[in-house]
Ligand binder design. Structure first.
Ligand code: PEP
Length: 249
């Protein structure tokens, strides 16, 4: 059975005091839920977050990592550094990393491989840009991002992968894919995985939707059969909104 997941990507927001305040509000208000709840604060606050949440039902993820074990990569963070502070989940391939930091499919494939080699869980993000959707190329783009980033993996690696379909035009724009658009793409993703691997892998992998999910639209998006939860940006920074989205699942 695939899991329901609500993950909050805090991006470059919240200093240490604000991180502690948001986490304590989340802990206080978190409802009983079967969904996995994950938060991804910025690197510098990961250790504190991991300590604060260690005996809670909220997991901590990193927003990025380098593929190398260690070495001369100024400003970068390795899998070992994350594991050493009890962070075993990492977001890879966010569209902001692809767009602003030049992360290519090839680089992302290396990062995924490194994370899995260290027994980490990966939330792999991908999705088309506005022009690509307008020109009807969105299915091809998503297929090639999946193929280049993940389809070199052996079948057994997929139990450590969560997918996050995030149409770039819907991220931080207030514009959301309709529940039908999300369902259509999620079904296409499962079909693509079935063709590359098999139905059981396609049916077992959790596929999150990301892009301006908020309390007012979460329930409708999550009601679609191939949508297993959400990767949440802006709304994850406000405890009441994030909690409302968790309740919606
Ligand atoms: C994101 O950055 O992953 C995201 C989905 O952001 P937002 O919810 O703000 O659109």
């Amino acid at each position: 059975m695939r899991s329901k997941i609500v993950a909050g990507n805090w991006k470059m927001n919240k200093n240490l005091s604000e991180t502690k305040a948001l986490l304590s509000e989340l802990l206080e208000k978190l409802p009983k839920t079967e969904a996995k709840v994950i938060v991804a604060p910025t690197y510098v606050n990961l250790e504190s977050a991991a300590r604060i949440l260690q005996s809670s039902d909220i997991k901590v993820a990193a927003q990025n990592m380098h593929f190398a074990k260690s070495g001369a990569y100024t400003g970068e963070i390795s899998a070992d550094m994350l594991l050493n502070i009890n962070v075993d989940t990492v977001i890879i391939g966010h569209s902001e990393r692809r767009a602003y930091f030049g992360e290519t499919d090839d680089l992302l494939a290396k990062k995924v491989e490194a994370a899995l080699a260290n027994n980490m869980q990966v939330i792999f993000c991908f999705g088309e840009e506005l022009e690509e959707r307008k020109s009807g190329n969105h299915f091809n783009v998503v297929e090639s991002q999946l193929k280049n980033g993940l389809f070199n993996l052996p079948a057994e690696a997929w139990q450590h992968i969560v997918l996050a379909y995030e149409p770039v035009w819907a991220i931080g724009t207030g514009e959301t894919a309709s529940p039908e658009q999300a369902q259509e793409m999620h079904a296409f993703i499962r079909k693509t995985i079935t063709e590359a691997y098999d139905t059981s892998i396609a049916n077992e992998v959790s596929i999150l939707y990301g892009g301006s999910v908020k309390p007012s639209n979460a329930q409708e998006i999550f009601s679609k059969p191939d949508v297993d939860g959400g990767l949440i940006g802006g709304a994850a920074l406000v405890a009441d909104d994030f909690i409302a989205i968790i309740k919606a699942i």
